[in-house]
Ligand binder design. Structure first.
Ligand SMILES: *Cc1c(COP(=O)(O)O)cnc(C)c1O
Length: 396
């Protein structure tokens, strides 16, 4: 029997052909597929601008840079996320402050964020990085109001939620990454995420100035628009105008580009994103039904409107037993996540057990079940039966 992982990419023959076409073309990188992928992503999400980058972590790093994070500046995020959500602030020498999660939604708890903001003079905190953890959209309308009150920017880490949304107080659907409520939103195209490029990432925004800055930072901080040049024409080697080859590095940027063949794969994946999302929502609904009235399951992801179901999480008392039982039966679940504030790196910066009690309690019981579009009905039934058997055998 083939192993069942918690997440898995789906590559079609069409995807392969799209990549092969690029490999046979003139541009392996910096070609036309990048812009095509950016436009397709912007249109899918409903935002104005999108910048493709080499991975989700690079997307976070450039976002923090573009928003001007500097030494000592404080930024708030959640401990229940991939470490990169916090690390991007450290790359810029900023200070990460972890707020606790809401134990019902597993998302950054706005009340916890508010009490941090209110406990210090205005200007202490510069930004907030909420995460659409597991694919559940953060209420960015509420976070926007709070951020405005304290002059903070928002980076939405939407790595788990392409296609996810919430309904705002006016009844309007707000797509994750649509640029309406966060300055910047970021996505990852790692194979376990909805859209797989191998490695890849995207930053979305409705702010043109940030968009231009991101383009520049993605390629070494170089500008090619002569209206922005600061050196003289003479120094550049021209006579009456800048020579054609001339460009200026005006800031310290990086090479965080995506290749054209990765973008081609992304385009193929994106064309099936809605279908994949539908299957994920269907799987979630079936899990929710199957786990109704199971006392060993203390809490579960459930069926939530707009949830993009990167993960389906259940909380069980005897998590280690269930994990090992499933593993022995060829089902490879995963734990998302060990709280970032308790990673040794952040403990060395002063964080300790007890700082985010809801996140720490959640970690003790959480387990992410298989969730991906190519999971067959038969595999799904096998997973549910095995989970239920595992729970029965775990009674101490
Ligand atoms: C995957 C992920 C990232 C990082 O993306 P990479 O492409 O792996 O660098 C950041 N944040 C969250 C929440 C993620 O799941």
């Amino acid at each position: 029997m083939i192993p069942i992982p918690y997440g898995k990419q789906q590559i079609t023959e069409e995807d392969i052909q799209l990549v092969v076409d690029v490999l046979k073309s003139d541009y392996l990188t910096q070609g036309p597929k990048i812009v095509e992928f950016e436009k397709a992503m912007a249109s899918y999400l409903g935002c104005q601008f999108a910048v493709a980058v080499s991975n989700g972590t690079a997307a976070l790093h450039l976002s923090a840079m573009a928003l001007g994070v500097k030494k000592g500046q404080k930024v708030i995020t959640t401990p229940i996320t991939f470490a990169a959500s916090a690390n991007c602030i450290r790359y810029c020498d900023g200070e990460v402050v972890f707020a606790d999660i809401d134990p019902e939604t597993y998302l950054l708890d706005i009340k916890s964020v508010r009490s941090l903001l209110e406990a210090s003079p205005k200007g202490t905190y510069h930004g907030i990085i909420p995460v659409d953890f597991s694919g559940r959209a953060v209420d960015l309308e509420a976070f926007r109001k709070l951020a405005d009150e304290f002059d903070c920017w928002i980076i939405e880490d939407a790595c788990h939620s392409p296609g996810g949304y919430f309904i705002d107080s006016k009844g309007i659907q707000q797509n994750c990454g649509n640029g309406n409520l966060a300055e910047l939103s970021i996505f990852s195209f790692h194979p376990v995420k909805h859209i797989a490029c191998g490695e890849g990432g995207m930053i979305t925004t409705n702010d043109e100035a940030l968009y231009q800055k991101l383009l520049q930072l993605r390629t070494h901080g170089i500008v090619k628009n002569e209206a922005l040049f600061t050196n003289s024409i003479e120094l550049a080697g021209g006579e009456s105008s800048y020579p054609n080859w001339y460009m200026e590095m005006q800031e310290l940027g990086y090479n965080y580009r995506l290749t054209d063949f990765q973008a081609a794969l992304g385009l193929g994946q994106l064309s099936r994103a809605e279908k994949g999302l539908e299957i994920r929502r269907n799987i979630a609904q079936k899990y929710t039904q199957a786990f109704e009235n199971i006392p060993e399951i203390k809490r579960k992801s459930g069926s939530v409107i707009g949830h993009a179901y990167h993960l389906y999480v259940i909380e069980v008392e005897e998590r280690l037993h269930l994990y090992n039982y499933l593993k022995a039966n060829n089902i490879f679940t995963q734990i998302h996540y060990f709280p970032t504030h308790l990673m040794p790196y952040y403990q060395n910066l002063g964080w300790e057990v007890g700082d985010c009690p809801h996140a720490e309690n959640y970690y003790k019981n959480c387990i992410s079940l298989p969730m991906y579009p190519s999971l067959t009905d038969q595999q799904f039934d096998y997973v549910v039966d095995t989970v239920l058997l595992g729970l029965k055998t775990s009674k101490r």
